[in-house]
Design a protein around this ligand. Structure first.
Ligand code: CS2
Length: 428
């Protein structure tokens, strides 16, 4: 039996990689929650089991998953996470720690050694970030026998594997772990594209799952029928028979990643900011608003032109499928959930479209960024706190007295290197 250590036990992991691994058979997962103590308690009580509701065209079906057999709470037992990564039983680490979990510099994609969390990890005996835990775990593994390991980032970041590899190498250098040789020779970081719309569980969703399965489950997860996982063929060691469960293993993930980030995620963010502004609560409501639907189509027209040849031809069918996926009312995908961490999401989803086309040819993508600015400004003006790791900077840049160069600083934050007049237009 093989073993995976997974960092970030949220709903998306439990609807996606966990199901592929369960279907492939023969492997178990050590589930590491970063901070969610209640989830760990519930998973421990259920022996790692939970219900997954899959909402398809023909209604709801429910799976009972039992692929996690060990659970660790990183904030309480970081040493156990390090041990789990070092254990030769495990040969894969997967991660869903969200964009902010990587602590990358917007302009370069390198590890932000100046961020408080990374600075704290570099100074501490035991780390608390996903990056620190992984680096310390790999260092312990190098010491224990240097067994090979595949590390798979499953977050919506372009070139996620390469960026993670670079971040770990940066951390290693800064912390003096001395594992550059091990990382080069024995550890692989394939790029991946992951896709499955998975909302936060509300009581409405868990009631529907309970009604169908006959079991009340406090940690059930609802997801859509569609699911995709494309992984770069760059493994250091054997992996589950994921292909039998539908995973595609390919030479180059970049075209798939671009299609997903620039069509699905870009329009999600647009729908979130513009949709909340127009009084909607859920994605299915926003997409049925004719004004927003037209905005999505205009954004997709711009994005589609920037896609690589390999996926351009299929973009039309992809767009049609997205409309269907966004329109399912029972998924109840909240716009507020998508709206969080905007400064990090925009640099992955919207800025690349504008950088590829030029600002003067990207009115829809720039309009989506303006919708974010209006949303953020409104939240700040109403005295609310943005749900974004850059909330303090944003509050200053979007205030009535933002200071000189506010537009340029905002654009730096979202990786948008465009002419000054175009930058200024974003804030007006
Ligand atoms: C969404 C994604 O919350 C968000 O920002 O755009 O989580 C989206 O639902 C997934 O990437 C779909 O695979």
């Amino acid at each position: 039996m093989g073993r995976i250590v997974h960092l970030g036990l949220g709903n998306f992991h439990r609807a996606h990689q966990a199901l592929y691994t369960a279907q492939a058979g023969g492997w178990k997962i050590t589930g590491v929650a970063m901070r969610n103590a209640a989830l760990c308690e519930a998973l421990e009580a259920s022996g790692g089991a939970y219900h997954l509701g899959v909402r398809g065209k023909d209604g709801l079906s429910v799976e009972h998953l039992t692929v996690h057999d060990r659970i660790i709470l990183a904030s309480v037992a970081p040493e156990d996470v390090i041990k789990a990564i070092a254990d030769p039983d495990a040969s894969i680490v997967t991660l869903t720690i969200t964009e902010k979990g990587y602590h990358l510099v917007a302009e370069t994609g390198a590890l932000d050694l100046g961020s408080d969390a990374i600075k704290a990890d570099l100074a501490a005996i035991l780390p608390s970030t996903g990056i620190g835990l992984l680096a310390f775990g790999l260092a312990a593994r190098a010491k224990a026998g240097a067994e090979p390991m595949t590390v798979i980032s499953c977050d919506n970041i372009s070139g996620n594997g390469k960026k993670l590899a670079a971040a770990i190498a940066d951390f290693d250098r800064a912390a003096g772990l001395g594992i550059a040789g091990y990382l080069n020779d024995q550890v692989r970081f394939p790029d991946t594209m992951v896709d499955r719309i998975t909302p936060a569980t509300t009581s409405e969703l868990s009631d529907a799952i309970a009604e169908k399965s006959g079991a009340v489950d406090p940690i059930s997860v609802m997801t859509e029928a569609f699911s995709e996982w494309v992984i770069e063929d760059d493994f250091a060691a054997p992996y589950p028979d994921w292909k039998s469960a539908g995973v595609e293993v390919v030479v180059d993930v970049a075209p798939f990643e671009k299609r997903k980030l620039r069509l699905l995620n870009a329009s999600h963010s647009y729908l979130a900011y513009a949709g909340l502004g127009r009084g909607h609560e859920f994605v299915h409501e926003a997409i049925s608003d004719p004004i927003l639907r037209a905005g999505v189509e205009a954004l997709w027209d711009e994005a589609e032109e920037t896609l690589p040849a390999e996926v351009k031809q299929s973009a039309g069918a992809y767009r049609t499928a997205l409309i269907e996926r966004f329109s399912v009312p029972e998924i109840r995908h909240s716009l507020v959930q998508i709206a969080m961490d905007g400064s990090l999401k925009i640099r992955e989803r919207l800025s690349p479209i504008i950088l590829a086309r030029g600002a003067d040819r990207s009115p829809a993508a720039l309009g989506a960024i303006k919708a974010w600015v209006s949303f953020a400004r409104k939240t700040c003006r109403e005295g609310g706190l943005l749900n974004d790791p850059n909330k303090e900077v944003l509050a200053r840049l979007l205030s009535d007295e933002p200071g000189q160069d506010a537009a340029a600083q905002l654009c730096d934050l979202i990786g948008l290197d465009i002419p000054h007049d175009a930058q200024a237009g974003i804030l007006t």
